[in-house]
Write a protein that binds this ligand. Sequence first.
Ligand SMILES: [Zn+2]
Length: 123
Amino acid sequence: MSMNRHPPRPLIEAPLQFRTSSGGERAKHNALITCPKCDAPCFIRRSVRVTERVKHIDAHCTNTGCAHTFGLELVFRHSYNPGLIDRPDLDLPVCPRDQVPHVMPPTRDAPDDPDQMTMFDPG
Ligand SMILES: [Zn+2]
């Protein structure tokens, strides 16, 4: 069985989402993007991949009293683990080993970690 049947791509594809249900602080912590003016969670309206390392995102504040729309730039920072695919052409910086965060999987009974950013809602 060849390992190169498919081009490199993410193993998991899932729609970006966040909880819009009530929840003030919680929604704010779980949102990928918060409004810089009012701290409310924001919808992503559109995203455009500019380069392998940069993505531009158009966002829309969910606070009807604000309604701010704005553009963001999502920039690759560094690899924690360079992974299994060689792309020397990208020249991606690697995080110093002593600065790599140790993020443990959530346990079943543990309360939600308010500092844990949720991009994918497991349902
Ligand atoms: Zn806002």
